[in-house]
Design a protein around this ligand. Structure first.
Ligand SMILES: [Zn+2]
Length: 239
């Protein structure tokens, strides 16, 4: 019986491990998707900042265009000064030039402001680019870690399945059946250990006499509360 109980205990551990691998397998696409989204978000944020700079550059070019046409106008008006005949006309031209010059200096100021803004944005973009690179690097290594875990899981899955097959053949068929039924009814756990007189499946105390029985691992003892098969893990053999 002792050997059978040990086999059952091992089988239970294999099944729990298989369950863990399966859960991870189910989680995998979701985790990957989350990482993809995170990556996309980071890239989008960068893209937006770049677009903002591009827009400002466009504005700057437009303003520079205005400036140069205003300067042309000043030159043309100045040229006309040699053609005027009366003082009144001359004064009128001077006023016109004055007015254009005012506009020009305003435009120049606006260009400086835009340049300042571009400068600031470029600085913060450079900073963000570094941060994003770090974040993207982290995402990439997370992805790799998940992939490695998955690959390991697949290898272990195969190994555990084979071991399970061998074990199930060594087990007495009525025990194997009982285990499977219990496992199905009790959230995947049919065999549990006992610690400090407590069933580790349902955490209810077991009677003292039963506790003594369990420690011998010689008979099939089942928890009076959850019905699971009880197993005594000997000290020193397990961590
Ligand atoms: Zn129990």
């Amino acid at each position: 019986m002792k050997e059978q109980l040990e086999l059952l205990w091992e089988l239970q551990k294999i099944d729990l491990e298989l369950r863990g691998i399966k859960e991870e397998r189910d989680r995998y696409p979701k985790e990957m998707k989350k990482l993809d989204e995170k990556q996309k978000l980071e890239k989008e944020k960068m893209q937006k900042e770049k677009e903002k700079i591009e827009l400002l550059e466009k504005e700057r070019r437009q303003k520079e265009g205005h400036l140069s046409s205003e300067q042309d106008r000043i030159k043309k008006t100045e040229g006309r000064m040699f053609e005027v005949k009366t003082n009144k006309e001359y004064q009128a031209l001077l006023t016109e030039i004055e007015t254009i010059k005012e506009t020009t200096s305003r435009t120049e100021e606006e260009i400086l402001q835009v340049l300042d803004e571009i400068d600031e944005l470029k600085k913060s973009l450079a900073k963000r680019e570094k941060e994003v690179a770090v974040t993207l690097g982290k995402i990439e290594s997370e992805r790799k870690a998940i992939e490695e875990r998955m690959a390991k899981g697949e290898v272990s899955w195969q190994k555990q399945l084979e071991r399970r097959e061998t074990l199930s053949k060594q087990l007495e068929s009525h025990l194997f059946k009982l285990y499977n039924t219990l496992k199905e009814k009790r959230q995947g756990v049919g065999v549990v250990s006992v610690k400090r007189e407590t069933c580790q499946g349902c955490f209810v105390n077991i009677p003292p006499q039963m506790y003594i029985e369990v420690q011998k691992n010689r008979t099939l003892v089942r928890c009076p509360n959850c019905n699971r098969i009880l197993y005594w893990e000997e000290d020193g053999r397990k961590k």
